[in-house]
Design a protein around this ligand. Structure first.
Ligand code: PLP
Length: 757
């Protein structure tokens, strides 16, 4: 599985090779245009994957381009920029912190969503990790990612005539991905070994370059491993509990060993979600091996560890039965001098004694802990109160308590911020979990039309100063007609993508006529269009809008102010209620009574997502609060001028200003316990009410030139909110300032204290 060389690239344009193998190109419009210029058909067919494309390009075409002055001018400009970025010593991080990041920041995550061509993610968690790295490259934050290379990808979704979901294994060819095999010292190039219940598993490594940062993907599918162990890194979130445990050992313990084999010695370690928490145990083991006493080792590991939790649902956290844990861990922990009870206590859940909880382990062994929105911070503090029954000891040496709450940025314009609070929730001082609200990587999620508009009206350097709030005030002055035009371009693009897909399936696979309708062929770009796309988990309530079918039919088929719905999303192959839900929605899209005004786009992934967020008029988000930790799709919509209609959950509880979108059931209190479905009915009524009496009238109120000025005002406020408070730049700077740098500082303080003793 060596990466292959491309068929001879002419010397003059040979650097296309390097460019194609670093995902930096993916958020540079000029670099994307360059690849598109190589051959539009191939670009589309490869799903915008330059590695796959370069393998197939006709040598004559390449030869011709290498002599085409127009192409060469663009080529040279892109390459100069690329080389500049890659060589630059200066960056925001280096300028601000000098070498505080010595050794870098290891970032462990079970999934990474960086590009459509690398299907090793399932949803929000992976996309967030991908955005963290893209922003890390832009800011020069020395991030080193650790994940698993899932050789069978996630899955591609096909929907059958009755709404059944077919999960199709994704063809996975590392050769046509921007992956580089990194050879280790093992005689077969492997890097390290983990022992799983007595059997050695050798670990291979692939590197994924994201601009100036790298993600190292651990691979167990190498020849010398037992077939069962080879399958370990095949699929994400599939298989049984034991498979999950084995994967998490490979990620956490194997990941640390792989970094060591690569000569990487991070100063700070970030576990993004509990899956990676075993990394703390391996690092304890390393310190013990250097004769550091257990207490001191624990202190040092905790001081250098950041843990981000993403799951407000107790059942969503990973835990493993004791018997299983003992099989995998007895020898390992006793081998370095920790007794089993001590180990067991680290993963003990205050209310669930029989299991080992990954989040409990991570919370105990990380001094820096956070939820991913203000509301989720509160929920996390309530959920995990029991971990600190006696309160918290004094925090790190320099007094930079790692749990200072990251409030919504001070500059954030809270006009009438909803400020949802859970009554009686413990304060951060009592439970040491803070929050950093998620954000999205602007250059990755901005549609080309809006990127151009911003370049023109926010100034050519707007991306460089994107976290200056004053910049986003200027969004309110974007010219109405051009903003509307940019939006319509996005809408036409989305509708055209839907038709193309429908046509291809109709022609090549003979889909049923009702499926052609459900694919969106009857949608009308003049009509108010509401988008909804997410994993089909039941708490996200994809079918809430179907609560009253007669009322919905009325709304969708209204003569003067009709409405359309576009859905997308996958259900996990083992989640039967989720698949039921999905099938139900898909069958609605095929029903004649809705007149073809409901569409379902198959196979929700990054490319579809980008077109969808920017191409609808309203983004709908209706989870049962407080089950959505943050939600980022609405942020991606907002920066493209697409306002959100959402329950006050996740980021909307701090992002809604009344001017930038709509809230569902604003006054409903948030229930942490009991039957949360009791609010479904009230939420549905509020949802219909918002569409009928606010959203549709505003959308269809046009000036003589056909431009809806009132609507455009909401669009502008959405852009302003998204840009000011919910970019990956703001998020990553928060992580650096509140957690990474204080962690690096307190660790070196601890180390120098113990050295001078
Ligand atoms: C942003 C994104 C998500 C996560 O969106 P949520 O609002 O958190 O559900 C999932 N999948 C894709 C492809 C995305 O781009």
């Amino acid at each position: 599985m060596n990466e292959q060389e491309y068929p001879a690239l002419p010397a003059r344009i040979a650097r296309l090779d390097a460019l194609s193998r670093n995902l930096w190109w993916a958020w540079q419009p000029e670099a994307r245009a360059l690849f598109r210029r190589l051959g539009l058909n191939l670009w589309v067919r490869s799903r915008k994957n330059p590695v796959a494309m370069l393998h197939e390009l006709d040598p004559e075409r390449l030869e011709a381009l290498s002599g085409d002055p127009l192409f060469l001018r663009e080529y040279d400009a892109v390459m100069a920029e690329f080389e500049d970025v890659m060589a630059a010593r200066r960056s925001w991080f280096a300028d601000t912190y000098g070498d505080a990041g010595n050794g870098g920041i290891a970032y462990f995550c079970a999934e990474f969503g960086v590009h459509t061509s690398i299907p090793i993610y399932s949803g929000g968690l992976g996309i967030l990790a991908g955005d963290h790295f893209k922003e890390g490259s832009d800011l020069g934050v020395p991030l080193k990612g650790v994940g698993l290379l899932y050789q069978k990808g996630y899955f591609r979704q096909r929907l059958g005539e009755h709404g059944e979901q077919h999960a199709i294994d994704e063809p996975f060819h590392p050769d046509s991905m921007p992956l580089e095999r990194v050879w280790g010292n093992g005689d077969d190039g492997s890097h390290a070994i983990v022992t799983l219940a007595g059997r050695d598993v050798h670990l291979g490594v692939w590197r994924l370059a994201i601009g100036r940062t790298s993600i190292y993907l651990v691979d167990t599918d190498i020849e010398r491993n037992h077939p069962d162990d080879r399958a370990l890194s095949h699929q994400l979130y599939r298989g049984d509990l034991e498979m999950r445990l084995r994967q998490e050992i490979v990620l956490g313990i194997g990941g640390v060993r792989v970094l060591r084999s690569l000569g990487i010695h991070p100063g700070v370690w970030h576990a993004n979600e509990g899956h990676a928490a075993f990394m703390v145990i391996e690092r304890l083991k390393e310190l013990i091996a250097e004769d550091v006493p257990m207490d001191e080792a624990m202190r040092r590991v905790a001081a250098s560890t950041v843990f981000t939790t993403h799951t407000p649902v107790p059942a969503g956290h990973d835990y493993f039965p004791r018997e299983m844990m003992e099989r995998y861990f007895s020898e390992y922990v006793t081998g370095f001098g920790m007794d089993l009870e001590t180990f067991w206590d680290l993963g003990r859940h205050p209310e669930d004694d029989g299991k080992f909880h990954m989040s409990a382990l991570a919370l105990r062994m990380a001094d820096h802990r956070n939820g991913v929105s203000r509301l989720h911070g509160q929920v996390a503090r309530i959920m995990w109160q029991g971990i600190w029954p006696e309160g918290v000891e004094d925090e790190p040496l320099d007094g930079s308590a790692g749990h200072s709450p990251a409030a919504a940025p001070e500059s954030f314009p809270t006009v009438a911020n909803a400020a949802v609070e859970i009554p009686g929730a413990p304060t951060v001082a009592e439970v040491p979990i803070g929050h950093i609200t998620n954000g999205v990587h602007l250059p990755s999620w901005l549609s080309p039309s809006f990127r151009e508009l911003f370049d023109r009206y926010l100034g050519p350097d707007w991306l460089l100063i994107q976290d200056e709030p004053a910049l986003w005030e200027r969004a309110l002055d974007l010219p109405d007609d051009l903003l509307w035009k940019a939006h319509l371009e996005c809408k036409y693009r989305l509708f055209s993508v839907m038709r193309q897909r429908a046509r291809r399936r109709w022609r090549e696979e003979g889909s049923a006529a009702s499926q052609v309708i459900a694919a969106g062929t009857l949608l009308d770009p003049e009509v108010l269009t509401i988008g909804f796309a997410r994993r089909f988990a039941t708490y996200k309530r994809a079918s809430l809008i179907f609560s009253d079918l007669d009322r919905l039919e009325q709304i969708l088929t209204d003569t003067w102010r009709p409405v359309q719905l576009v859905f997308a999303g996958k259900a996990h192959p083992a989640d039967h209620p989720g698949q039921e839900l999905l099938g139900g929605v898909y069958r609605k899209a095929m029903e004649t009574r809705f007149g073809g005004r409901i569409a379902f786009i198959e196979d929700y992934e990054i490319n579809v997502a980008r077109d969808l967020y920017s191409g609808v008029d309203v983004w709908l988000n209706n989870p049962r609060p407080p089950m959505e930790a943050c939600g980022t799709s609405g942020q991606k919509a907002a920066i493209n001028g697409v306002p959100q209609l959402s329950t006050l959950d996740g980021w909307w509880a701090e992002g809604w200003t009344r001017l930038n979108g709509w809230a569902i059931n604003e006054r409903q209190p948030i229930l942490l316990e009991g039957d949360r479905s009791s609010r479904d009915e009230a939420d549905a009524l509020s949802l219909y009410e918002a569409i009928e009496s606010e959203i549709a009238p505003l959308y269809y109120r046009r000036d003589v030139d056909g431009v809806p000025r009132g609507w455009i005002r909401v669009m502008k406020h959405a852009i302003r909110t998204g840009g000011t408070g919910f970019s990956a730049r703001r998020m990553l700077k928060d992580y650096v300032e509140r957690y990474y740098v204080p962690a690096a500082v307190s660790v070196s303080a601890l180390e120098s204290v113990s050295e001078s003793e």
